[in-house]
Design a protein around this ligand. Structure first.
Ligand code: ATP
Length: 217
């Protein structure tokens, strides 16, 4: 007899500055949601990124653009807790907060780029991230891990070989998912706008309207 399909469970998190959100973010978030069998993927705008320059658009505008971007897709949602928190936004605090809300049993997947995984040891109390969530790294074909060091050790210790391992436990695993990422960046979009060029088809139409109405970038 055929087995009934597993009900979707689990929550994914896809963080970024989203300055502005573009279809590279949205398409990857949706593909990861599907690949991981998650009930929901939350886009998580960051307030004061500890690792990089301050965003150009205000938190309020970045949040409004993100809400426009996910509007048409019920599987995607926006979680604005880092914008509401005072001080630097540490991912570990975010994961602890979400874990407290969803309970101990629901799988939680922190989705990051391979570039972030390679530099994970720069994150605040990074070795504790897997106490609260799985880590999923989206990697372009041809990706490679560092040859040695603490991150490589961490990957070896937590590595899952397929998605069923992540669905079977709430946290603690690390999965590398190979994906073709669209060659789009928020930096490229801001530069195109500064040159007076069109960003149509790179950014959802509602987000373009918002950018124009508010004269951003
Ligand atoms: P910027 O150009 O300002 O650095 P960005 O386009 O890289 O911005 P971020 O908000 O910094 O966007 O990225 C949020 C997350 O989205 C990160 O995990 C990043 O790796 C990922 N990301 C960025 N661009 C793409 C893309 N084209 N496809 C899939 N994921 C992307």
């Amino acid at each position: 007899m055929d087995k009934a399909p597993q009900p979707l469970s689990g929550i994914g998190l896809f963080g970024g500055t989203f300055d502005p959100v573009h279809i590279g973010h949205l398409r990857t978030a949706l593909e990861l949601k599907q690949a991981l069998g998650l009930a929901q993927m939350r886009l998580l705008p960051s307030a004061q990124p500890p690792h990089r320059a301050q965003p150009m658009a205000s938190a309020e505008h970045r949040l409004a653009m993100l809400k426009c971007g996910v509007d048409a897709e019920p599987g995607l949602a926006v979680d604005d807790r880092e914008l509401r928190r005072e001080g630097p936004s540490y991912t570990l605090d975010t994961l602890a907060g979400i874990r407290a809300e969803i309970g101990a049993d629901t799988p939680l997947c922190l989705c990051i780029g391979m570039d972030s995984l390679v530099n994970l040891n720069r994150w605040h109390r990074w070795q504790e991230l897997t106490d609260y969530a799985h880590i999923v790294a989206a990697a372009r074909p041809g990706w490679h891990l560092p040859n040695a060091g603490a991150v490589l050790e961490f990957v070896r210790r937590h590595r899952a070989l397929d998605v069923t391992e992540l669905q079977a436990t709430p946290a603690g695993k690390l999965l590398i998912v190979e994906m073709t990422l669209l060659p789009i960046s928020a930096t490229g979009i801001r530069q195109a706008l500064q040159r007076g060029e069109s960003i149509r088809y790179l950014v959802p139409d509602g987000v373009i309207d918002y950018i124009n109405q508010n004269q951003l970038y």
